[in-house]
Structure formats: C-alpha cells, structure tokens
Write a protein that binds this ligand. Structure first.
Ligand code: FEO
Length: 135
C-alpha cells in the first residue's frame, strides 16, 4: 500500500499539472518505501535535491499561467510555494539515516503539505485554467 494513493478527486482539471502532481506523489512514495527498505544518506541527499528541482519547476509552471491569466490569487499562492521551498531547506539539516524520526516527519510533512495545497490552494485556479483551455 502506497503512502499516498492518487485519487481522481486530486485532479485540478489540467492534465499537464495533474501529471506534475503525480510525479511529486511518486517521489514522496519513493521516500516512504525506501525508508522501510533501509534508507541511505545518499538516497536522502538525492531525493531532496530532486524534490527541490522539481518543485521549483512545477511552481514556476503554475505561476507562469497565473500571471498570464491575471489570476487574482497569485500573491497568496506564490507565498505558499515560497514558504514550502524554505521549509525544505530546514529538513536538510535534520534528515539522515540515523535520524528515523526526522525522516518520517519529513515524509509526513511532504504528504500533508502537498495534499492540502492541491485540494485547497491549487483547486482555486481550476475554473480559470479550464476556461483558458490549458492542458
Ligand atoms: Fe501544484 Fe501550487 O502547487
């Protein structure tokens, strides 16, 4: 059983963005699976690097269309993105193969943040992005 099981209800109605969200879910599930297999510091280092890189790409993608379509929730939405990137920095110093609690805290933080953000904040642009026929 996956840590996060993708559900149709997670869809924001934009296939390209749903694909990006699925990729993030996959990365978080990999972290969780690896934890139970015997996580290494090398895996954790690479995972955090990849997660940072991919979230920056994904957030920029959403922000580009929010700006293009003059979305009025842009500032607040970008604020959540920026805060997430900062919070990831904080975990860099705590997660390690010898600090299992920190790894579980990290995985739980990622899961809770992503699902809350998709279901609450991302879904607010669904109507506008769909009207603009963004795929
Ligand atoms: Fe899908 Fe606003 O992040």
């Amino acid at each position: 059983m996956s840590f996060i099981t993708w559900k149709d209800s997670f869809s924001v109605g934009v296939p390209s963005i749903d694909d990006q969200h699925r990729k993030l879910v996959e990365m978080i599930n990999n972290l969780y699976d690896e934890f139970y297999k015997g996580i290494t510091d090398e895996f954790l280092g690479n995972l955090i690097k990849e997660l940072e890189k991919y979230t920056v790409y994904h957030f920029s993608y959403e922000e580009k269309f929010m700006k293009l379509y003059s979305y009025n929730g842009f500032k607040e939405h970008k604020g959540e993105h920026d805060q997430f990137i900062e919070q990831i920095q904080g975990f860099k110093t705590t997660v390690s193969k010898d600090n299992k609690t920190a790894v579980i805290d990290f995985a739980t933080f990622l899961k809770n943040w992503l699902l809350k953000h998709i279901m609450g904040t991302d879904k607010k642009y669904s109507k506008l992005f769909s009207e603009k026929e963004l795929y």
